[in-house]
Design a protein around this ligand. Sequence first.
Ligand SMILES: [Zn+2]
Ligand SMILES: [Zn+2]
Ligand SMILES: [Zn+2]
Length: 277
Amino acid sequence: MLVKILGSSAAEGWPAVFCACDVCRKARALGGKNIRTRASLLLNGAVKVDLPPDTLYHVHKYALDLSGLRHLFFTHTHEDHFAVSELQYWVEPFAYRDIAPLDIWGSPDATAMTRAFLRRMEVGKDDLSPFRLHSLNPFETAEADGIRVTPIIAHHKDNELCFNYIFEQAGRSFLYTCDSGWYQDPRTWGYLEGVRLDMLLCECTYGPASAPWNGHFGFGDVLRLRDKLRKLGAFSDGRVITTHFSHGCKALHEELESLFNPKGVEVGFDGMEIELA
Ligand SMILES: [Zn+2]
Ligand SMILES: [Zn+2]
Ligand SMILES: [Zn+2]
């Protein structure tokens, strides 16, 4: 499975849209891996995780051809992951190609919001035929283009069922913990006890700082999760990669690396590709 990190920032991007703080100024001046866009993954070029407002920029920056996109998985409906208005451009007269339906997956909350938007915008008319919406139940595995996808219950929004996902292909799997704080639902821990993960791709919104509220991770939480999963027998010595950074964490890419790398944790960046084989 080829995993590409299309975007590695938290909601506001980095440099943030309207920010003049020190780290945003430095990031603007340094460029490179300090430029982070809103979080999304692309798996094998055909399965996408989340639809951030920077999707068109990702298409241009990486020369992506998303006309062949087959599956879209939503983690939750915060705007930085759920720019659902982009879906109106899936159909004519905004897109011309042999249209295969796009399979859209998420929690019942996410699919209900997607359906309501598509109806309101009259995208796909009454039958929504350009799209197939699938509500997922936690811990029930779906299959998407040869990838097995299992949602687990994240801890992120009080009024919505939010998902983190485990992706698996050819016996290799990884957990994408974006977005979440420390898991509160015992069913999540119970499920994780029975899995074997080869990689952790962890959100680290607060960077080296500790999390001021339990809806996101700081670096300490990433280490704690790695240790806990090791204790559960769910993970051993695979790669641990961080993403979804906020400029509020105040550490630039190289500074993050100098803090994280000695602990065996990599710092993700926009455009990073990981071959899980
Ligand atoms: Zn987010
Ligand atoms: Zn800033
Ligand atoms: Zn969020």
